[in-house]
Design a protein around this ligand. Structure first.
Ligand code: FMN
Length: 175
């Protein structure tokens, strides 16, 4: 799981602010707690684990830490990092909450696909589960309002092959 999450976080994000946070739910007791919140979808109790992807609405507060890292590695001059930190901290802290939310949703949506791809490459299967009561989830797992719930991802080994599936043709989606 740690390796799946590590690789997942290689996703790109606006200003490299990496607003994704993960809550791993991997005990039968917690899955039982999640079951009614996810409208009794069976994968909740059948999966080995769930990754709850959350978005951090205050992600810009980590800008100094994030931009200190390339400086320490020798990838970025300290002056450049300092100007990025000032720019992004100023930009995000003066943004309308809805605009931050949009950015956090975009970045967290991008990262959500990653554990599914990494898990598949390691021989596991996943079900993205977006149908759950967000408010109840936040209450049940005592998550602060600083975070927004994005997606639950069930992970395990498929008991049987998935249903066949379809996609629109490229001609239908290329405008
Ligand atoms: C945002 C999102 C929410 C989803 N929520 C659920 C869900 O709550 N339960 C479920 O069984 N599948 C869920 N899915 C899976 C989709 O139903 C599935 O990807 C789609 O029907 C296409 O099937 P396929 O991915 O097997 O090709 C969700 C997928 C996405 C991207």
């Amino acid at each position: 799981m740690t390796e799946i999450l590590r690789q997942a976080t290689l996703a790109p994000s606006a200003a490299n602010l990496q607003p994704w946070r993960f809550l791993v739910i991997d005990s039968p007791e917690l899955e039982q707690k999640l079951l009614p919140i996810a409208f009794n979808q069976q994968q909740v109790v059948e999966a080995s684990a769930f990754i709850a992807v959350l978005g951090d609405l205050e992600c810009y507060k980590l800008a100094e830490k994030i931009y200190g890292m390339p400086v320490n590695e020798g990838y970025m001059p300290a002056e450049t990092a300092k100007s990025f930190v000032e720019r992004y901290t100023g930009m995000y802290s003066s943004m309308q909450p809805e605009a931050i939310r949009q950015k956090v949703y975009t970045d967290s949506g991008l990262v959500s696909m990653q554990p599914m791809l990494v898990a598949r490459a390691k021989g596991y299967d996943t079900v993205p589960t977006g149908r759950f009561d967000k408010q109840k989830f936040m209450e049940a797992f005592r998550i602060s309002e600083r975070y927004v719930p994005i997606m639950l991802i069930a992970i395990g080994k498929a008991a049987k092959p998935g249903h066949p599936t379809v996609r629109l043709a490229v001609d239908d989606v290329a405008l």
